[in-house]
Design a protein around this ligand. Structure first.
Ligand SMILES: [Zn+2]
Ligand SMILES: [Zn+2]
Length: 414
């Protein structure tokens, strides 16, 4: 299994100021001193800083790098291939600076960039879309051709700022105090790169239910919290919690684990996929289309939690082909543990075309048509599916799903 890196962030409790260390995947912070729970959010993504000891008389600028952790799915003639991606890319392209952060972000504790952070921060010139396209291209090499479609499901996109200064006609890495560029032209000036003081704010929201005031529950890496009193799911957006729709498949009993899935209603164009009847035709399922199936809406299913790529594909394909419907009950399950939602919906939607690619028949004629297909999500529901604990696995006999306990725990760090 590919190993991915873990980045640590130095931080202070917003309530009592006690020092703390966070993992980059942490969202729910419980202070070990004052016990206050807060939820960490930002407008778009988190921005971190590589710490350094400033040298007297040097003018430091911070160059942004995109950091990307995710899963790359590629539809090829031999089926869907996957790869775990853990990389950094310049967000300001310049040959004078290192092309990536290398291993430094894994050996140093990072800090959040806040408006109080001093220094000049160069303005990113590479948008996130472009960075993802570069990453996808970079991994095309060994894949069987043609590659019909690629999706990068990045579950952690952030920016890391690295400090540099100019000394003796060279760009110097301010962390290592080591030159990183060739000899600079005499007229070179770091001021030519647009930038300024940082104006991003991370926000801490008290993790309290907006309806009843109870402490919200979740794991450190949960993107969605729940109120055990109101039995409602809450998601932070724009600095406050808003309620999101949830449902569950009954039958979990008390001892099992509920895994969260997104059930996504989407507008599909370029191919007919609106109803259960369309699915049976498109996937050539061994079923006789029943009267009324052309009116039963089709939904994509996708795990709402981090999981290894092969499990991710198998789970979404199985549930999408099964189309659970009659058995859904509105709201959260009454008993049993809830596995945290750790994959944002926005990161999942790119993968829907790959799921489609995994079942369209016949692939020889259908896969080349994927380029003309667009999938636009309209509505989503978080559905908790009960799994039974068996020796090494959690299993779901009804939908024929199974996952190894150890791998599920390990997938947190993907
Ligand atoms: Zn505290
Ligand atoms: Zn409540």
């Amino acid at each position: 299994m590919a190993h991915t890196s873990r980045v640590l962030i130095e931080h202070q409790c917003p309530q009592c100021g006690a020092p703390a260390t966070l993992e980059e995947t942490d969202h729910l912070f419980t202070c070990p001193f004052c016990r206050v729970k807060s939820f960490l959010t930002s407008r778009d993504f988190f921005r971190y800083l590589l710490p350094h000891a400033p040298r007297a008389g040097t003018e430091v600028v911070y160059l942004p790098y995109w950091r990307l952790k995710g899963i790359l799915l590629s539809s090829t003639p031999g089926g869907v291939k996957h790869k775990i991606v853990d990389a950094s890319y310049q967000a300001v392209t310049s040959p004078l600076f290192p092309a990536s952060l290398g291993l430094r972000s894994q050996t140093l504790k990072l800090r959040f960039v806040t408006p109080e952070t001093e220094g000049r921060f160069l303005r990113p010139s590479v948008p996130v879309r472009q960075m993802k396209a570069t990453a996808e291209e970079g991994f095309l090499g060994p894949l069987p051709k043609p590659v019909f479609e690629q999706a990068l499901i990045g579950n952690a996109i952030s920016q890391i700022y690295a400090p540099f200064y100019v000394s003796a006609r060279s760009v110097v890495d301010a962390v290592l105090n080591r030159p990183v560029s060739q000899e600079l032209p005499a007229e070179f000036d770091l001021g030519q790169f647009p930038g300024g003081p940082p104006d991003w704010q991370i926000r801490f929201i008290p993790a309290l239910c907006p309806d009843c005031g109870w402490d919200l529950e979740g794991e450190r890496d949960s993107l969605v919290l729940h109120c055990g009193n109101c039995k409602v799911l809450w998601q932070a957006s724009r600095g406050k919690f808003s309620r999101i729709r949830a449902a569950h498949v009954p039958g979990g009993g008390g001892g099992g684990l509920h895994l969260p899935f997104y059930r996504i209603e989407a507008t599909v164009s370029g191919i007919q996929l609106r109803s259960l009847a369309d699915l049976v035709t498109l996937a050539n399922l061994p079923k006789v289309i029943q009267p009324g199936w052309e009116k039963v809406p089709f939904h994509f299913w996708f795990p709402a939690f981090k999981v290894r790529p092969d499990d991710m594909l198998r789970f979404s394909r199985n549930l999408t082909l099964t189309q659970p419907r009659g058995e859904l009950t509105e709201g959260l399950p009454g008993a049993g543990a809830l596995h945290p939602v750790t994959l944002p919906l926005s990161e999942v939607t790119d993968g829907l075309k790959i799921i489609l690619a995994s079942f369209v028949k016949p692939p020889q004629t259908m896969l080349p048509r994927l380029r003309e297909v667009t999938i636009k999500p309209k509505a989503a529901l978080v559905v908790y599916v009960p799994f039974q604990e068996e020796r090494a696995d959690f299993s779901q006999p009804e939908f024929q799903l199974r996952i190894n306990k150890h791998l599920l725990r390990y997938a947190k760090h993907l």
